[in-house]
Design a protein. Structure first.
Length: 212
């Protein structure tokens, strides 16, 4: 019984940490893509990010993390595998799973324009190729920073490996705060243009009308 409880606690820890690690590099990137490239409003983009975070913590993050572990094992990839091979794997993996995830999230967030959903989903696939290496690296790094397991990647800084537990956790928290700050900057820069008042429109029409 005690062993079963420890296993459940361990799985929950991996789920929470992996989920957070996935959101840190991906949320700011897709916030910028959705508002700047896909033309979505701040509200729709923010709602999609809320749904993404909620679904990730609700179990999607666990599935993606476990799927990545299984895929790496299937292809014989370890922490000591050449870095570019690990990055290619994570790019392909994240891009593939983003297809159904993105389409569902944009629809759930309230986007009804099929073209925008298609652009957003295509962007999610492209974003998967771009952010895949960062997401994979983030998962491995967060597992180390939170004490779940050491990161064996050769590109993982030695000075970070040697940090004490408290400092590592502070670094993980700082990464989360930085991601939230980056999203705030994106949405602040995407403020909608103020609409002209009806009175101002009337004045414009009057000034451009022909004299009696």
């Amino acid at each position: 019984m005690m062993k079963a409880k420890k296993e459940v606690a361990k799985n929950l820890s991996y789920h929470f940490i992996d989920s957070t690690a996935m959101l840190v590099p991906s949320q700011p990137f897709f916030s910028a893509f959705e508002t700047i490239i896909a033309g979505m409003s701040n509200d729709v983009s923010l709602h999609s990010k809320i749904y993404a975070a909620a679904s990730t913590y609700a179990g999607l993050g666990w599935a993606v993390g476990k799927g990545r572990d299984f895929s790496r094992k299937l292809f014989g990839i370890t922490g000591e595998t050449k870095e570019y091979i690990q990055q290619i794997h994570d790019s392909a993996y994240i891009a593939a799973i983003n297809i159904p995830i993105a389409a569902g999230l944009y629809t759930a967030a309230g986007e009804t324009d099929v073209k925008k959903i298609a652009i957003g989903t295509a962007g999610a696939v492209l974003g998967g190729f771009i952010t895949g290496p960062a997401i994979g690296y983030s998962i491995d790094a967060f597992r180390d920073l939170t004490g779940l397991e050491p990161c064996e990647r050769k590109t993982y800084p030695l000075f970070v490996r040697k940090m004490n537990r408290r400092t590592k956790k502070a670094l993980a928290a700082a990464a989360c705060a930085l991601a939230v700050g980056a999203m705030a900057v994106v949405y602040s820069a995407n403020k909608p243009q103020p609409r002209q008042s009806e009175q101002h429109k009337i004045e414009i029409l009057h000034s451009t009308s022909l004299p009696d």
